[in-house]
Design a protein around this ligand. Structure first.
Ligand SMILES: C[S@@+](CC[C@H](N)C(=O)[O-])C[C@H]1O[C@@H](n2cnc3c(N)ncnc32)[C@H](O)[C@@H]1O
Length: 311
């Protein structure tokens, strides 16, 4: 039985990195239990061995990276303090940014029912995007009413590594949004819908698919919304900006856009320009085409359709 000898080269390269932070970390690494020890290398394919090496390298580097990030943030805060620049709400201020106290009653729910369709790497990305959504909402003076639904699979397992997430100011539910809300309140946000969200309404719950799929599951959320017989709509991207790439946005971008419009008094166009990365080739549509108000002026062409959604 042969155990993988993985640690020597990694800790060596870390020690030689000349980083003042690396010394204590590498010490603690030597002392820390190797989570990958005891694995029989003979039983593993070359590919699996490579993957293990990579994983251990990451496990060793992770605390160093975190310490570097912490140090960088500390420096940035200090610089901002000296220049009297406000970086964002303080911890004390954040304590008052509670959903229950918020004047914003718009409801957004992440749908975590897609764990089985994601590779581990994409599931991690998905969790990171959820964390980012939480951070966006928390920093908002008047956060929106944030729900997480169908949170019962691998995503929940991964999140349990984040100590304290259960104390977050988010309504986390194992059950589906179908059991939590009335069907007529639900609008599944999906880039594949022909309907367009115009004004965000308190009487609706806007669902975002917690899915990182690199376009491999095209049309999936629209199909689900149709099968479940619930409303669906896309964001009004084409109505306000030109975009060179696909209109499929990431979970946190969709969430950030909605927070800006629902809670920060931005109009759609302003929010799109703020949130969607420049690499997507975005330009605002001609100003004269758009009414410069907070409420996008898009009206349903059919009076029998639901208000605030263009069909
Ligand atoms: C990366 S996308 C997943 C795309 C996936 N193929 C699908 O069928 O929805 C993540 C989620 O963001 C939301 N989303 C992304 N772009 C959107 C858009 N242009 N309009 C409305 N919702 C959008 C949808 O809820 C979507 O499920």
């Amino acid at each position: 039985m042969e155990n993988l000898e993985l640690s020597a080269p990694e800790s060596e390269s870390l020690e030689n990195s000349g980083d003042p932070l690396s010394a204590p970390e590498s010490e603690s690494l030597e002392n820390s239990a190797n989570p990958l020890s005891g694995i029989n290398a003979n039983e593993l394919s070359k590919r699996a061995q490579k993957r293990l090496l990579k994983k251990q390298k990451w496990l060793q580097y992770k605390p160093i990276k975190r310490a570097k990030e912490k140090e960088k943030l500390k420096k940035k805060r200090e610089e901002a303090r000296l220049k009297c620049i406000k970086l964002g709400p303080s911890r004390k201020e954040l304590k008052h940014h509670k959903m229950a106290l918020s004047s914003c009653k718009i409801r957004v729910a992440l749908d975590f029912s897609f764990d089985h369709l994601m590779k581990e790497k994409d599931l991690h990305k998905c969790i990171n995007q959820f964390n980012h959504c939480y951070s966006i909402n928390r920093k908002c003076e008047n956060p929106l009413q944030f729900y997480v639904t169908n949170f019962n699979g691998k995503a929940k397992e991964l999140m349990s590594k984040h100590n304290g997430y259960r104390n977050w100011d988010v309504n986390i539910h194992e059950e589906s949004y179908l059991g939590l809300f009335n069907k007529d309140e639900l609008i599944y946000l999906t880039s594949d819908s022909d309907n367009v969200v115009t004004t965000l309404e308190e009487s609706k719950v806007y669902i975002i698919g917690a899915l990182v799929d690199h376009n491999s599951q095209k049309g999936l959320t629209l199909k689900i919304a149709k099968e479940q017989n619930i409303g669906h709509a896309r964001l009004p991207i084409d109505e306000f900006i030109e975009m060179k790439t696909r209109r499929v946005l990431t979970i946190d971008h969709v969430f950030g856009i909605i927070v800006n419009v629902a809670c920060c008094g931005m109009c759609w166009r302003e929010s799109f320009l703020k949130v969607i990365p420049q690499r997507k080739g975005i330009v605002p549509k001609n100003d004269t085409d758009i009414e410069p108000t907070n409420e996008p002026k898009i009206h349903s062409t059919d009076s029998s359709t639901e208000p605030n959604i263009l069909h």
